[in-house]
Design a protein around this ligand. Structure first.
Ligand code: GDP
Length: 298
């Protein structure tokens, strides 16, 4: 659990540095509120969350007087309030089965690893899982997903490199349906360089899925790398437009100072946050606990 909050601890250190020496009577004055707002922005919480927290704290009476600890407690309470409504685990509930989970995100964000982590989580919940290698553009991606599938002992449906991702997905749904698979997790291409192509590719996957089951895909999970800071937010923007997004998983929260971006994402987009990634092994996916995260950040 040391590792879980490496990222948030660094965020927290950054926030602390900026709040050190904040003292006063029972209210924060305008200059202190300005400093607080700046500190929150520097901690990657984003302008909207920072303004909201500033406003809430402007109206706050500190009975014991203003000091670093009291301000941090109030900030933690406000962060928890922003995060609570978006905390939502990814549950396997689809009927009829399988639940089809499209996983999207730019290359390098941790998509493949997150798919393996999710598969592992579902296995632990006794669900039958299948993977589909829908990123046919990168031979390495197919290979890497295959390695994880072997390690986890889950079936994987692949196509040839350069093949049609929609046909891989078609085969996968057929196979998952025949086998009574509970959750089918689909890897997809992450080439944002060619937005039009990616959009067409994802639209075609959706069309094929929709023909097999009008409810599918049940989830479109965007994987975001927390170390990208505010860039992660523009990725939400782009992927919402390109693919539609039903929820987020943020990765690499071990060891980055940019964990605050999770709060910015929650405040600005309100998309469900399913889980967080805190390392490179299949056990390194954690449920998203808003109160815990808020306490560690502030
Ligand atoms: P993809 O290109 O999006 O499929 O990304 P990968 O799953 O291959 O991950 C890219 C790199 O990030 C790999 O070296 C992973 O081991 C690493 N990685 C993925 N998730 C995490 C995480 O939560 N924490 C850390 N520290 N590394 C991660």
């Amino acid at each position: 659990s040391e590792r879980i909050f490496g990222g948030f601890r660094k965020t927290s250190e950054r926030l602390s540095e900026n709040l050190t020496g904040i003292v006063g009577k029972s209210r924060l004055d305008d200059a202190q509120l300005d400093d607080l707002e700046d500190a929150l922005i520097l901690s990657d919480l984003g302008p909207r969350a920072a303004a909201r927290i500033r406003e809430r704290l402007a109206g706050e009476r500190f009975e014991r007087g203003v000091d670093e600890l009291a301000v941090k407690e109030a900030v933690a309470r406000e962060i928890a309030e922003i995060l609570r409504p978006v905390a939502k685990p990814l549950d396997v509930v689809a009927f009829p089965r399988p639940q089809v989970i499209l996983v999207i995100g730019v290359n390098g964000s941790g998509k493949t690893t997150t798919i393996a982590k999710l598969a592992h989580l579902f296995q632990e919940q006794d669900y039958a899982v299948m993977l589909a290698a829908g990123d046919t553009f990168r031979a390495a991606a197919i290979g890497q997903l295959g390695v994880w599938a072997d390690r986890l002992g889950v079936p994987i449906i692949k196509g040839p490199e350069g093949g049609d991702p929609a046909s891989v997905v078609f085969d996968a749904v057929k196979s998952a349906t025949d086998r009574g698979t509970d959750a089918l997790i689909v890897d997809t291409a992450g080439r944002l360089q060619n937005k039009r192509e990616l959009m067409d590719e994802l639209a075609k996957i959706r069309k094929v899925l929709g023909r097999l089951n009008p409810e599918a895909p049940h989830d479109v999970v965007l994987v975001l790398d927390a170390t990208n800071g505010q860039n992660a937010l523009s990725q939400i923007e782009i992927f919402r437009e390109v693919a539609g997004v039903t929820g987020l998983i943020m990765t690499k929260l071990d060891g980055t100072a940019r964990g605050g971006v999770l709060v910015a994402a929650a405040e600005q987009y309100g998309l469900p946050i399913h889980a967080i990634g805190v390392g490179e092994t299949m056990d390194d996916l954690r449920p998203f606990d808003p109160d815990l995260v808020a306490r560690v950040i502030a």
